[in-house]
Design a protein around this ligand. Structure first.
Ligand code: BGC
Length: 767
């Protein structure tokens, strides 16, 4: 489809001036003419109702259900069970105007069939594949009654201390923009209609949540407008232009104003610049949290949110509890309330809920369409493309007849495979790494297993992390210890098994609760207990393959020096063990490449490839020099750069050839490179194109990704890869915030990662 069609999807109005869809406008105007102010404000209210997969009878004593019965609820979220949802819809239809609810859920990387975490998905650089994950998630979501998914999460993050880096697409705004677009289209489809297998996307967290200072969750974002426009906003813009039905406002502040009341973000950029026509919901309790931000009481922050462009309040009861009063006091106008109400009703109309409130509530679908053999097979296929080979001294691929010791607290741990934000997953049914390996080898008796260590030496923290959510909802809950076997016993067993093996597969890293929301880390190494295990295994002298489970880049200098291979598998989802075994044994050649920079030490952070030069630049690998931009105690280079990832084969890049050394501003050009597979195995290569503006009126990054292609190249073959570009691709936001291509020389760089590129120079002439 062309994006124009996607945009047409939500050509609905955002005010009272008409949407272009006369029938819808008439229907909604007619409905609103009968609604009181309270009824309209009720549509702006959103709450959860506990339930998830369990079939239960709706409890009418629940405070949120009471609001619903009083017509004070526009939608509900957090439930994925058709029986429960049907009861809720029945109640909504019995209220004064019988306005149906829409139903949301956090479906972030798959629903019941779980795909690799989003950061892992991004390392596939495979847009059709990512789009299809969203499509499959939409089918499963709608089969369980959901018509609104809180996804895609498109926050750019340059600081791996931030736990939610796991949910996004990494540090690059161009790649992030492509992924945002693909995901929205996967959820919503290519035309204006929502059929009963398509869902509304909710793009989050708008905006800049990933820019949290020091990587501490919910922290302020202290960036300039120019910096956010160049480095962070593109994914939101692309998602809006792809026709995303809704956005979620974020927790953080920008320019001293919380995002949920930030007119520059919510109206000037999102609506007036990006052309967004849908509705904006706050993140959970983000409205009431503005009180703690210090900009007013609940009434004040609710009024400010509404006027800035926020349409729906999730969980705060700020809109439903105070807007009427604000209207009476002249703090907001009825037009402000109408505008938001109309946007919510338009979304319901476009979903088709007024025609059929039960459109998404088919009790027969879930059994046939959710967590099936097909969806699991697809999850395995996806996961095969989301494993980054960081190091290999030749030990991989493994032989299927080798004696293998599979060791580590993540080796046979089904519930840890799905990763963060998988509230509806069949987590206990994920394939473990041990299981995958046993199924792949010629004789499973050659495979031994030992848990090897606790996750971390702090037993209390280990339990708190595992049971943290339960503790949140049940204050008297006392977490049971995760591990009771003494560490020394676990290590001894692991070492004994390792000694009997030809090779060790060490499955270590972060468990799911160590990343995601509210999981910032100040030390991003593999947790202490597991490093101690690796050291004990190293002492056996056996070759070690480190299979790394993580939701963020980690500091891996010791591991890089001491392990024979490192396969970064992130969190792989439902089919983890199968997909990991596919790669370990070479049935699949790894092809993923990093979308985040891996630092050497935490003190280098933030560290990202598209940084600016200083007036005293310093070579990445140069040793310390006084009065240069460097550190006394570490080189500037990351351990693994953005775009990096190995394969079981090797690729050789030729020179970059331009269609012409000059182009007139506004014109087009091509950049071509020949890539040869010089190894013995067929492989996929992700060819990356970067630009650098040699002289510009404002400073620009040393490299900026502007294109990529994933190509299959057979062993011994060469492929010519051509990028079709125009001077549009050379633009940036200058200091006046104008989006311009400034004439002059540009370096056009192509390579296998952001470090090892070949360069040609293009001159852009003024028109
Ligand atoms: C998260 C969102 C999520 C929401 C609703 C919040 O805590 O920040 O990402 O969509 O909860 O579950």
């Amino acid at each position: 489809m062309s994006l124009a069609i996607g945009t047409a999807l939500l050509s609905g109005c955002s005010d009272n001036t008409g949407s272009g869809d006369a029938e819808m406008d008439k229907f909604i105007s007619n409905l609103m003419s009968k609604m009181s102010v309270e009824d309209k404000i009720g549509q702006l209210n959103l709450h959860s109702y506990a339930g998830f997969r369990s079939a239960e009878k709706v409890n009418t004593d629940d405070e949120n259900i009471k609001q619903l019965m009083a017509g004070q609820m526009g939608g509900m979220y957090g439930i994925s069970n058709v029986n429960t949802l049907r009861q809720l819809q029945d109640i909504a239809l019995q209220t004064k105007h019988g306005i149906p609810l829409f139903f949301g859920l956090d479906i972030v990387h798959g629903h019941e069939t779980v795909f690799p975490i989003n950061l892992a998905l991004s390392t596939s650089w495979n847009m059709p594949l990512i789009e299809q994950t969203a499509r499959v998630a939409a089918i499963e979501a709608t089969a369980t009654g959901i018509n609104w998914v809180y996804s895609p999460m498109v926050d750019i993050a340059r600081d791996p201390r931030w736990g939610r880096i796991a949910e996004g697409s990494g540090e690059d705004p161009y790649l992030g923009g492509e992924i945002a677009k693909a995901t929205v289209l996967g959820y919503q489809g290519y035309d204006a209609e929502f059929d009963s297998t398509e869902v509304m996307a909710c793009v989050k967290h708008y905006a800049l949540y990933g820019g949290a200072e020091a990587g501490r969750d919910y922290n302020p974002v202290l960036l300039s407008r120019q910096e956010i426009l160049n480095g962070y906003m593109r994914p939101y813009e692309q998602a809006a232009k792809a026709g995303a039905a809704s956005f979620m406002s974020s927790f953080n502040e920008f320019e001293g104003i919380p995002a949920s009341a930030n007119k520059y973000l919510l109206t000037d950029l999102l609506r007036d610049t990006y052309g967004f026509k849908g509705f904006v919901v706050s993140d959970a309790t983000a409205v009431v949290e503005m009180v703690a931000h210090g900009i007013g009481d609940l009434q004040e922050v609710s009024a400010r949110g509404l006027q800035a462009g926020l349409d729906m309040d999730m969980n705060s009861d700020g809109f439903v509890g105070t807007l009427k009063k604000s209207l009476e006091e002249g703090r907001v106008s009825e037009a402000d309330i109408d505008k938001a109400c109309r946007r919510i009703l338009e979304a319901k109309y476009k979903l088709g809920l007024f025609q059929d409130p039960y459109k998404y509530l088919n009790p027969d679908r879930a059994a046939k369409e959710v967590f099936t053999a097909e969806t699991r097979a697809f999850s395995r296929q996806v996961a095969q493309e989301c494993q980054v080979l960081l190091k290999n001294n030749g030990v991989l691929p493994l032989k299927k007849d080798a004696r293998i010791a599979v060791i580590g607290p993540l080796a046979d741990n089904a519930s840890e495979m799905a990763g963060t934000w998988t509230m509806s997953s069949h987590s206990g049914e994920s394939v473990t790494i041990l299981q995958g390996i046993k199924e792949a080898v010629s004789n499973p008796n050659n495979v031994t297993y030992a848990e090897g260590s606790w996750f971390m030496n702090d037993a209390q923290l280990e339990s708190d992390l595992k049971y943290g959510l339960i503790g949140m909802f049940m204050p008297d809950f006392k977490p049971a210890p995760v591990h009771t076997t003494p560490k020394a016993t676990l290590t001894a067993e692991a070492v004994a098994k390792a000694r009997q093996a030809d090779v060790i597969v060490a499955c270590v890293g972060e468990n799911a609760m160590m990343n995601g929301e509210g999981a910032s880390r100040a030390d991003i190494s593999i947790p202490d207990a597991q490093v101690e295990l690796l050291k004990a295994l190293k002492a056996t002298g056996k070759p070690i393959v480190l299979v790394l489970n993580t939701g963020r880049p980690l500091t891996l200098v010791w591991e890089d020096e001491n392990m024979d291979a490192i396969l970064n598998t992130w969190s792989q989802g439902s089919e983890a063990g199968h997909a990991i075994a596919d790669v370990l044994f070479g049935d699949v050649n790894p092809s993923a490449k990093l979308t985040t920079t891996f630092p050497r030490v935490i003190g280098q952070l933030p560290l990202y490839y598209n940084h600016k030069n200083t007036g005293r630049p310093h070579g990445e690998f140069e040793k310390y020099v006084k009065f240069r931009s460097n550190y006394i105690d570490v080189i500037n280079a990351p351990l693994y750069p953005f775009g990096y990832g190995l394969s079981y084969t090797t690729f050789e890049y030729g020179d970059v050839k331009l269609s012409s050394p000059e182009v007139t501003n506004g014109g087009k050009f091509t950049a071509t490179v020949t890539v040869k597979n010089t190894g013995k195995m067929d492989g996929k290569e992700i060819v990356q194109l970067y630009i650098h503006d040699v002289v510009s009126t404002s400073t620009r990054p040393v490299k900026e990704l502007r294109g990529f292609q994933k190509v299959d190249i057979k062993a011994g073959e060469s492929k010519t890869v051509t990028f079709e570009l125009s001077t549009e691709d050379l633009k940036y936001y200058d200091h006046e915030l104008q989006y311009v291509c400034e004439p002059g020389d540009f370096e056009i760089m192509i390579g296998p990662n952001s470090r090892d590129v070949n360069t040609a120079v293009l001159t852009v002439k003024a028109q």
